[in-house]
Design a protein. Structure first.
Length: 210
């Protein structure tokens, strides 16, 4: 379910002090029935267990394949256009209490790298020629005393080109990518014991602090 931007900005997330110059592009909620306040690490583990482009629906895989081919053709994703190339990583802004062993580590099966992970929120980032993007995940109380996962996409488009790019892909994100992600992530929570049992020996974690 898509939420107002204020559902992210009104909460005391640490990301606010790290990325105040980023725009909140999207905020989505994911249902996690019977989740409690201490279940955020379990949710992250479930997401890692179902990670990977090949486990998305065919239409989403096709969109990503087209995007990566365009990026290769026009040089959008070369190292000089990414973190430490075109832009500085958010890990350079972290205060001492947020610096962790896994900061800067690659998030498996994604183009993202870890920024930080806490007991109720984490942030990962990526950058290319179009945008510097942060995916923020938070653990939030919901109705009935349960908890649910929130995802916020924070972006800093690269000039006019980046703003145009974000406008072009917006319908695809809202109509195809996010609904598919919702089904996948909510299913990951429901089936977490199956996924984690099958992959309990896989590494690495997103963070070494849990």
């Amino acid at each position: 379910m898509r939420l107002p931007v204020t559902e992210h900005t009104a909460r005391p997330w640490r990301i606010h002090e790290i990325a105040p110059d980023f725009r909140v592009e999207d905020v989505w909620a994911y249902r996690t029935p019977r989740a409690g306040p201490d279940d955020f690490p379990a949710m992250l583990a479930a997401l890692r267990a179902v990670g990977g482009l090949n486990e998305n629906p065919p239409v989403v895989r096709l969109l990503f394949v087209v995007r990566w081919k365009l990026g290769a053709l026009f040089g959008w994703d070369t190292p000089d256009q990414g973190l430490r190339g075109r832009v500085e990583s958010l890990r350079d802004r972290l205060p001492a209490d947020l610096r962790q062993d896994a900061t800067g580590a690659a998030v498996p099966n994604t183009p993202f790298t870890m920024v930080y992970e806490l007991r109720d929120e984490c942030a990962i980032e990526m950058a290319n020629k179009t945008v510097h993007d942060v995916c923020h995940l938070g653990w939030v109380p919901s109705d009935g005393g349960e908890y649910e996962l929130r995802m916020a996409a924070l972006v800093k488009p690269n000039g006019l080109f980046g703003r145009l790019y974000m406008a072009v892909i917006k319908p695809f994100r809202h109509l195809i990518v996010y609904p598919a992600l919702t089904r996948k992530w909510e299913r990951a929570w429901r089936e977490r014991s199956v996924h984690l049992g099958a992959r309990r020996d896989e590494e690495p974690r997103w963070s070494s602090g849990q």
